[in-house]
Every structure is written in C-alpha cells, then in structure tokens.
Design a protein around this ligand. Structure first.
Ligand code: PLP
Length: 395
C-alpha cells in the first residue's frame, strides 16, 4: 500500500496492507526471538542483531504510526513514560527545557524530581500563551520545548504552530505529547513539531489491555540516532505480543476516536450550565478558552477527554465530586483513558500535592457505550451525591 495515495483510515484498517510473503496471511506473526543469526562471514545482513534494539515484531506497528503521523520513523517503547523520558535523557546535563505547568502529572513529577537532579534546567510555564513561551525561551540554551495539547486534566490548548515557530527561532526542538488527540485529530509534525510522543497504552491501542509508548520523528537526524541508543541501551522496549496487540488496536483507531469525540462533545454540551455542575472543561465548547486554537489544529473532533467540576454541596466541592464518582453505575472508577469503557476519576486524589486540578474536578474518559446511557448515569450520580445518599459498599 502506498500511504501517500490512500486516506489514513485505509492505512490503519489494513495496517498498511501487510501480507506475509510466504503464507499470504493478512495479519503478521508474532516474532519472539531475542537474537538473530550472524552470517558466516561475520556480517549481519539482516540488519538485526538483538531484539532489545531490533525487534521485527515492532516493525509494522512503527510503520503504521509513522504513516499516520506523516513522519520519517517511529519507535515503540515499554510505556508512554519510557518514550517521554527517553526524549529528556537524550539531552545533555545543563540543557534548558520548557515544559507546561499543566501536563501529565507523572511526567511532571519525573521532570521536577529526577530530571533536575540529573542536571536538566526545567522551567514550567503557561504553554498556552505564546508570549510566555517567547519570554521564557533562551536562544542557544533552550534545547527542548515540551507541549501537551489538550493537556491533562484541564484540557488547556497549546498552539503547536505558534510555539514551534518561537522554539525553532531560539534553536530548540519541539516535542508534543499527542496521546489525547491521536493522529486522527491532530498532526503535530505537519504543524512544525519535531517529535510526537504517544502513550500508546491509551487510544492507539484502545482496549485497556497493554502498556506501551511511542515516538515519531519528522526527520532521522542525529537526535533521533541518540534516541535509538537511549532505547537500546536502557532497554525501554516492549514485548512482541504487546506490539502485535497495538497493531490490532490501531486498525480501528479512527472509528473509536471519532465516536468517543462525538460522545464527549454531547456530554460536555449536556452538562455545561447544569445545576449540579460548576464548570465543564472541554475544548469543544465554544466558550472554552482554547476553543479557537483547538478548532484550527484539531480536525473532526476535540477528543474523548473532558472534566467536570462538581458544584459544592454542604460538605464542599471535593466531597461532592468524590460522592458523584462513588454513585456511578455504568462509568468505571479507574485511572487511565482511551479504552472502550468510559472511566471517571477524582483527579486530585490521583495527582496529590502540587496538582493544578481543582479538588472538585472529575476527569472523564469517554468510551464507546451509548451516550444516552453515559449521560443518564452521570445524572443519577449527581442527584444522589447532592441528596447525600450513601454509596453502595464495595463487594
Ligand atoms: C497524556 C499522557 N501522557 C503520557 C502518559 C504515560 O503513559 P504510560 O502510562 O503508558 O506510561 C499518560 C498516561 O496516563 C498520559 O495520559
């Protein structure tokens, strides 16, 4: 299949048209070999030596993701965190890095507690404001600008093209955590980013049954070679079966992301202005601060992720939010996102000290259930929380 002649939906559905030369099978086998045969003349003509660096089980998933992101190459990692931290580990101690104040909390913790001890100068800024990026960037010293858009858990929006222009003028690379929009809704490389990162655990796989990460590069430059070394030497790789599962999950990516986005939009509109809801945070709402930028750089929807701030009851907003989550019957109380099942969580309980999440905030990952069922379940949970009903006890 020529990825330049067909639409992304066709690339994903057929995993780039893969057919096994020998058996004519239309899905790839799972290679589990950890090592590869050396030729008698001491060469490795296969190009593969050892699976920590060269696992053929990754090839097709990496090729599909490269095509969907319109990049030059992709690499799978053991997790989203392994992919993200590899980017920072490929920098040099002393390098200056800009990261958003609102971002995936575990990576923010790692940047604050590990990367800084390792010598990176990490500065957290309001990445949604190009003027703040312009003021913080240090020409020659800033080596990386990290973007997440829409960003966990407030779903703030960063203008990728404007930020990349400022970063590039200062000589910095731009990496975008595009886990939430996926290539279905946003193509960061086309907007000027140098690297795209995914927690493939989420929408790319889509079934809450594996942990994986990925990076995609716009060009195979010296930094990409360093990233390959980081992966091979630290061993941040995933198993073959997980790579195969990911490839299977990606075949339905477009259908899943579009359906989740449609439902999230309907849920956001339904609860916006609702008597029991203080605020709905979702870039698809015309009133959202990042809506106009999101409308420009997201195509076909605003993702399946949104947050509700629950109106304070007699015990306050935090108690009302926790009580609402306690009363859901269809939504699952669990962390993570991007699966077929809808998830709800009281986010500040997860993130702990230093979280930008208000204590009345519930983060919602909208899955593939009937949207009317999802709305009805949230409605009854809000009513029960307001009445102060006792939640069902765990079995
Ligand atoms: C936006 C985002 N980035 C990165 C990660 C980290 O991915 P993983 O859990 O696969 O390490 C997550 C996980 O929740 C995430 O939501």
């Amino acid at each position: 299949m020529d990825p330049h002649r067909v639409k992304p939906e066709s690339i994903a559905a057929q995993a780039l048209g893969w057919v096994d030369e020998k058996t004519r099978a239309v899905t790839p086998p799972i290679h589990v070999a950890s090592t590869f045969l050396r030729d008698p003349d001491n060469q490795y003509r296969s190009g593969r030596v050892y699976a920590r660096a060269d696992n053929p089980a990754f090839d097709q998933a990496e090729a599909v993701l490269t095509a969907l992101e319109q990049g030059a190459q992709a690499m799978l990692f053991a997790s989203g965190m392994a992919a993200a931290t590899a980017v920072f580990q490929a920098l040099d101690p002393g390098d200056h890095v800009l990261a958003p104040k609102v971002m995936y909390w575990s990576l923010r913790n790692w940047l604050m507690n590990f990367a800084t001890r390792w010598g990176l100068k990490v500065e957290f800024i309001d990445m949604t404001d190009p003027a703040a990026v312009q003021a913080a960037v240090r020409p020659g010293a800033t080596k990386l600008v990290w973007i997440e858009t829409p960003a966990n858990p407030l779903w703030t929006v960063t203008d990728i093209a404007a930020t990349a222009e400022i970063a590039h003028a200062a000589g910095a690379r731009v990496a975008v955590d595009s886990t939430v929009p996926t290539p279905v809704l946003t193509r960061p490389l086309a907007l000027g980013a140098d690297l795209v990162m995914h927690a493939a655990t989420k929408y790319l796989n889509g079934h809450s049954d594996l942990i994986a990460g990925a990076l995609v590069t716009r060009q195979t430059d010296e930094f990409w070679t360093r990233l390959r070394q980081v992966r091979a030497q630290i061993g941040g790789t995933r198993g073959s079966f997980e790579a195969w599962l990911l490839l299977r999950g990606m075949r339905t990516l477009h259908l899943r992301v579009r359906a989740a986005s449609r439902s999230a939009q309907a849920i956001a509109e339904h609860f916006n202005g609702h008597t029991d809801v203080e605020a709905v945070l979702y870039p698809g709402l015309a009133s959202a601060p990042g809506h106009s930028v999101a409308a420009r750089q997201m195509h076909g929807g605003f993702s399946g992720m949104l947050s509700l701030r629950v109106k304070a009851g007699p015990q306050g907003g935090e108690a009302a939010a926790i009580a609402t989550a306690a009363h859901v019957q269809l939504w699952k109380r669990a962390t993570s996102l991007g699966g077929t099942e809808s998830l709800i969580e009281h986010r500040s309980s997860v993130e702990g000290a230093g979280t930008p999440a208000p204590s009345d905030l519930l983060r919602l990952s909208v899955g593939l259930e009937d949207v009317g069922d999802l709305i009805a379940d949230l409605e009854q949970a809000l009513v029960r929380a307001r009445r102060g009903d006792a939640p069902a006890t765990a079995a």
